[in-house]
Design a protein around this ligand. Structure first.
Ligand code: G3P
Length: 217
């Protein structure tokens, strides 16, 4: 399963990419709005750091505007994936942009029918938001299971990109279900490393080693 960082923050991205576990980046207007500077320059830098798919979202709400903005975003760097919201206009824009050879991430997916329609218009990725469904007492991971099952029944090449992840269990469940990608805030990625028994075990190994070295002197 691929792991993307859900962030527009260069420091976070620069600290995680050297680990070798990061396959791409997702941004959205809320994330980029938090960062100082020109969003195009930030996106360019992100692409240069990660050298992998980097989602950048349109803010137009009509298909024509989304297509125009999508072309502009794709012109920033070869790694840019154009992100469009799942609306009727977004579906039209996805069809047009993917027909022109651009990779499109259809975002704000909250139902299996939305995912199915996005796949039919050539989306490279669909982004179901699991955390926001959990927030309203609906199973986010249940949606992932349905989409993975539906895509598995057909020959869609659309990848399931699990978004709005809030903790390590979202990642574990996504991997068990065979989702293609999880995009995670940096804090969630950090949590994937942690296990107290690893810390305790390492501390003991090092102490035992040190003790033995001192005894040998
Ligand atoms: O990738 C989508 C993600 O940024 C939304 O996450 O935590 O705002 O629901 P959240």
């Amino acid at each position: 399963m691929k792991i993307f960082i859900d962030s527009g923050n260069l420091k976070e991205i620069e600290s995680l990419v050297p680990l070798g576990i990061i396959d791409g980046i997702t941004t959205n207007p809320s994330l980029l709005a938090k960062e100082p500077g020109d969003y195009r320059e930030i996106l360019k830098k992100i692409c240069q750091i990660v050298k992998g798919p980097t989602s950048a979202e349109v803010v137009a709400t009509d298909a024509e505007g989304m297509i125009r903005q999508g072309r502009e975003l794709a012109g920033i760097d070869e790694h840019i994936v154009v992100k469009v919201p799942f609306t009727r206009e977004g579906v039209k824009a996805c069809k047009a942009l993917s027909s022109e050879g651009m990779r499109v991430n259809v975002t704000l997916i909250f139902s299996p029918t939305q995912a199915l329609l996005a796949a039919k218009v050539g989306a490279t990725y669909v982004s179901p938001f699991v955390g926001r469904l959990d927030d309203i007492a609906t199973s986010g991971m249940g949606l992932i299971a349905e989409i993975v099952e539906i895509f598995g029944n057909y020959k869609f090449s659309t990848e399931v990109l699990v978004a709005s992840t809030r903790g390590p269990m979202h990642i574990v469940e996504a991997a068990r279900m065979g989702a293609d990608i999880c995009t995670c805030p940096a804090t969630v990625i950090e949590s994937l490393f942690k296990h107290p028994l690893t810390d305790i075990g390492l501390e003991k190994f090092l102490k035992d080693w040190e003790k033995a070295q001192t005894a040998k002197v």
